[in-house]
Design a protein around this ligand. Sequence first.
Ligand code: PHE
Length: 469
Amino acid sequence: MATQAKKSSFSGGLGFVLAAAGSAVGVGNIWRFPTLAAKHGGGLFLIVYLILVLTFGFSLLMTDIAIGRKTGQSSLDAFKTINKKWSFLGKLTFAVPSIIITYYVVIGGWILKYMVSSVTEFTATANSDYFINFITSKTPPVVWMLVFLAITAFIVYCGVEKGIERFSKIIMPALFILILGISAFSLTIKSEPNADGEIRTGLQGFLVYVKPDFTGLTFKGFMSVLLDAMSQLFFSLSVAMGIMITYGSYVKKDVDLNKSVAQIEIFDTIVAFLAGLMVVPAVYVFMGTEGMKAGPGLIFQSLPQVFNAMGFAGRIIGPAFFVMVAFAALTSSVSIMEAIVGACMETFKSSRKKISIIITIIAAAAAVVVCLGYNVLSFGVTLPTGATGQNLLDVLDYVSNSLLMPVISLLTCIVIGWVVKPKWVIDEVESSGAKFGRKKLYTVMIKYIAPALMALLFLQSIGAFNFLG
Ligand code: PHE
């Protein structure tokens, strides 16, 4: 029988916080947050989001991390340890990173491609067909995906402390400095005068971003802000996918979880805010608010046009931007792969090296299929949310983020809130000797509010509110 290797761990609180923040900060912060803020009247969305982070987001994140540290296991086994009857929840949770990895590395490949092309073919990338031509081509997206996957796999292969932690400790501060620099630059830009002699400035764009716009706000409108903020938060904090459970299982017992969770939340929120500060004014100045496309269109189509319009500065800002996005995406994909590898190492009692290699091969095969979803396997379906012309990547994203994640989160709240009771988590947090500051809030959130919000989110995902228009 193979002897069970000593459980790996992060060297301390900082390593854990940076690795977890690395998971949390990803393309969601950079392309989804600014788009939603622009769509929902800037400041209003920011306020709603902030309140949710401090209450709802905090409770979900704390729950996942505490489950991991208390059981010392990743999702697949952790729920079984909590309660035998709930072991199915572990399997369901494990399904999420297994689905996400197959398309996240494809997007990672697109980012690497743009990182290089923004230097070598700067002007060509500004044509919005460039993106469509690239993703629908047969070989290049597969090659870039494989490069991205190989880097991810290498970091996971090197282990928790020597791979994930060491990498996050370098990348996360670098990412922060880059985003700070680019967003500061974004505020200083201005457009050429248009036909009416009008000039748009970065500062005006800043106001579009932060000033709450209540004009025409109805109850229905507010609900849509709330639901969007909630689903964004949930995706952004990487909860309900076993990632934070796995990372939590690598945290030493003397680490103050209360403090770590607060730091992760703050890091993730600041990066999302700065991403908005960088994207919204830049797009506003050069393209007006129409340039604020949702999703990949924003970073692969609108922003290259913006960089092009900046002239010489764009040749520096553009590549710097894609380097930053690549960092954000890499630390996230590392966490997705680690959630799978960690769980398989426990289940098959096998070595990290062996499992990493096997998972990489399977992920590569699946990701090739996702790439083909844009050419030979393209089908273009309509989802229950009403989105039309969706391909394999969008369908997988819908299943994992819109269907599975709210259900998993709802069930997790039930297990913790009602089966083992919130004290189970509170005791774990306080076991390091620290005080659990938001204890009362946590209890109310996990028993009542979070499950209700999750149910609402799930109903929205299956199109139950479509009749509202
Ligand atoms: N939380 C990351 C983001 O905001 C995305 C992510 C998704 C990370 C899935 C891990 C797993 O972009």
